[in-house]
Design a protein around this ligand. Sequence first.
Ligand code: ADP
Ligand code: GLC
Length: 480
Amino acid sequence: MKILFVASECAPFVKTGGLADVIGAVPKALAQSGIQARVMLPAYPALKALVAGAAEVWHAEKLMGGPARLLACTSEGIDLLLLDAPHLYDREGSIYLGPDGKDWTDNAERFAALSCVAAAVGIGALKKWKPDLVHMHDWQAGLVPAYMRQKSGTPPPTVMTIHNIAFQGLFPPAMMKKLGLEKRHYSRDGAEFWGHLGFLKAGLAMADRITTVSPTYARELMLPEFGMGLEGLMRYRRDDLLGILNGIDTDVWDPATDPHIAKPFSARAMGGKKASKKALLKRFGLSPGKGPLFCVISRLTTQKGLDLLLEAVPYLVARGARLALLGSGDKELETGFVAAAHAHPGTVGVVTGYDEPLSHLMQAGSDAILIPSRFEPCGLTQLYGLRYGTLPVVARTGGLADTVIDANEAALTAGVATGVQFAPVTTAALEDAIARTCDLFAQPKVWTGMMRRAMKHPVGWDSAAQEYMALYRSLADPAT
Ligand code: ADP
Ligand code: GLC
């Protein structure tokens, strides 16, 4: 079976969050089951080096105001289709934001172009390769079904995956014409969303099936607190909505082989973890102490609930714990955490920015990872935490609820606990979770047992790959 993935980021080439990790890992997991997934991405500057050696498989003289070509190549074990359109993608800086920190003003054109070319490939524009199914990820790929319906030929079935419903790709309806979208798509069961042109809305209304990245988030999406205005559509399409839990790339995230950590370790031989803790304390200027070392590796946004953690810092410090935070995003939060580090030298350490190798060292060297998200479609950092014996302390929402087993009395007695969950998402509940974690840490036998169990928790892609495969089969090959 041949699947076309359409997305705006893919690790290890270009990454701003978990979406990239998923797009980089799923095709490899599917390949083991005989599915060929090709990933279509914009040819951003980070991918230009690959473009040079790639074969041109399609071109257009004019795509949203300039020439474009599609190039095929394989890199890091991933089959790529790169959309090279310099007027849209050839610019330095963030893939979504301009130098002023605001969305690029032509993001509608940039990602409509991606969807438009993906639609052409879906219908059969490439001589030697026609996908049996198109799998779209997030709003950037949402217009594929609309464009396919405008072309002659039989469109293949489509799956739309929601990685985060907070990002919807909303633009003025006047853009329809510029993007070459027929007026008929601007309807309640099409691209219209409360007077806007909604890229994600279009995909959710028109795709054959919808998936999201955890079973709990699939249920939450039907509620007004989480659906961001799309809860009605989610309820309407509930029979076509499926939650498939993300995994992680267990080759890249393996404490036994990770080149970014101080010393290898595993569930059977955990001793090496100490060396990374030492290196981490040094890197963040923290002093050793009795309490646990908590870490945070995150985008700093409202979603992640880190404003609550900032309020809880004095409590965390009073409990004898330490905190190492790596993050970037919201300037107020950045400033707040830097100030907290100054106020608590040796106890709170902060690195602002994005640093992939450091994130590995932190997963290896910390005792626990804090994730107080207000909503979390899946979350990957708690999965890395489990794999590295860094126990997740998480808000009970979305994928966090589905992947961490709370250390309550029953779970401890049954010997199944792997972390701490808390609800509601408030500072008081977070402080209570920090207190429980400190108490558990003070019982070395209990803590080590949880670590060992966490490290054995299955976090790979095997089960999700089977679920995606069954979904693809039911659509592309309904007879089986
Ligand atoms: P989201 O996609 O909502 O940001 P996820 O938990 O799914 O959340 O994925 C976040 C990914 O980005 C993880 O791989 C995490 O390690 C990484 N990450 C987040 N912030 C940073 C940072 N400042 N430096 C390095 N990696 C980061
Ligand atoms: C989004 C979500 C995150 C999820 C990731 C990958 O960025 O915020 O929870 O893990 O997508 O699916």
